[in-house]
Design a protein around this ligand. Structure first.
Ligand code: PLP
Length: 405
């Protein structure tokens, strides 16, 4: 029989966070091994429960959740998002500029599908959250990766960004706060990116899903709050700030120079209609979440669980010979570097697989985030202090063994 082949559209689409190493980890678990997982930014399994207030509200309103809503989402939820954009000083946003989706993931795919023709290019950070690269590719576009500089706290390299612009470039993706590096971009830097977008007539896609997961008193600036003559599509949601990844509640906000983007906005609206509406129980959580007690603040405060875990993971990892790391200012990840003189890794997926097999610790390799050289890995610092300590001790033991062989 002829094999049934997947679409050619998927040929270059890649999403390694849930790739082959995870599949092997699952098999090992089925064989009875306990794996310490530092691979996925999903707070709930690590005891970061959804705020009780949100949970109760969703349960209470479930009887209103059986029908479809407006394709763009529940009015009350969009109103709350509109108020949130006002708090973030994004000007001129109306209810109509907001689309609620099944998580930011769905909306990233929609935003790329609605914009790109075959061969159009989008500037994506390197390293990136790989869904962006995958979504551009799936939409027939071509991701052009601009470098972020580790020695500059992982800030995007503006010269490299500008050098990658061609006549086919349509937009710039900014992931701020950043996954996987944990970096946070200051307003004066964002203004320079806006200048580039303005000059080359590019859309700015701002993924701000970690905008409340901030340490050391840091403050987040929405890039869309800094100009009104560039088109911005800003993404946010409940997954991380409210520890409710499973609710699949995210949104996008169109702002800035909307007048010249009516056709694109129509495209976005059409794709939103085609999938009827986002999951309604998730939508029901939005108003309470945004208006309620912001309990993430307790977790990221110096005495909070997330902050303590960040500090511990950072201290322990950077104490390993040949491992360096920029301390994350935000989000829930570290992206350490392995000195290639000490660890001459050829294939970092194999390296991560060997770590899994030898030490039962699961990470994601740097190349999974479109980082080009096999000398980084990402650590999720969600596990509790005991598990983190155990996991990093095992990583240290594995690296010591690696150095000596
Ligand atoms: N954007 C970034 C930068 C992320 O890290 C993630 C999830 O890890 C997402 C988007 C997807 O979020 P959602 O759960 O809203 O689909």
């Amino acid at each position: 029989m002829e094999p049934i082949l997947k679409s050619l559209k998927l040929s270059n689409v890649c999403y390694d966070i849930r790739g082959p190493v995870l599949a092997r980890a699952r098999e090992m678990e089925e064989e009875g091994h306990r794996i310490i997982k530092l691979n996925i930014g999903n707070p709930a399994p690590f005891g970061f429960e959804a705020p009780e207030e949100i949970l109760q509200d969703v349960i209470r309103n479930m009887d209103q959740a059986s029908g479809y809503t407006d394709s763009k989402g529940l009015f009350a939820a969009r109103k709350a998002i509109m108020h949130y954009t006002q708090q973030k000083k994004i000007a001129g946003v109306t209810i109509d500029d907001i689309i609620i989706g099944n998580g930011v993931s769905e909306l990233i795919v929609m935003a790329m599908q609605a914009l790109l023709n075959n061969g159009d290019q989008i500037l994506v950070p390197m390293p990136d959250y790989p869904l962006w690269t995958a979504a551009v590719t799936l939409a027939g576009g071509s991701p052009r990766h601009y470098r972020c500089n580790e020695e500059d706290g992982w800030l995007p390299d503006l010269e490299d960004m500008e050098a990658k612009i061609t006549a086919n470039t349509r937009g710039i993706v900014l992931i701020n706060p950043n996954n996987p590096t944990g970096s946070l971009y200051p307003a004066d830097f964002l203004l320079k990116v806006i200048e580039i977008a303005r000059h080359h007539k590019l859309v700015i896609f701002a993924d701000e899903i970690y905008d409340k997961v901030l340490y050391d008193g840091n403050v987040h600036t929405s890039v869309a709050s800094l100009a009104d003559d560039v088109l911005f599509v800003t993404f946010n949601g409940l997954s991380k700030n409210y520890r409710t990844c499973g609710y699949r509640a995210g949104w996008l906000v169109v702002s800035g120079e909307k007048r010249h983007a009516q056709d694109y906005i129509e495209g976005l609206n059409m794709l939103a209609s085609m999938r009827l509406c986002a999951n309604v129980p998730g939508q029901l959580a939005i108003q309470t979440a945004l208006g309620g007690y912001q309990s993430i603040n307790d977790l990221v405060a110096p005495t909070g669980r997330l902050c303590k875990q960040r500090d511990l993971a950072y201290e322990m990892l950077t104490a390993i010979p040949g491992v360096s790391c920029v301390k994350p200012a935000a989000a829930m990840y570290l992206f350490p570097k392995l000195d290639p003189e000490i660890y001459p890794i050829k294939d970092d997926q194999q390296f991560i697989l060997d770590l899994l097999l030898e030490e039962k610790v699961l990470l994601v390799q740097g190349t999974g985030f479109n980082w080009k050289t096999p000398d980084h890995f990402r650590v999720v610092f969600l596990p509790n202090v005991d598990d983190l300590t155990e996991a990093i001790n095992r990583i240290a033991r594995f690296l010591e063994h690696y150095r000596k062989t």
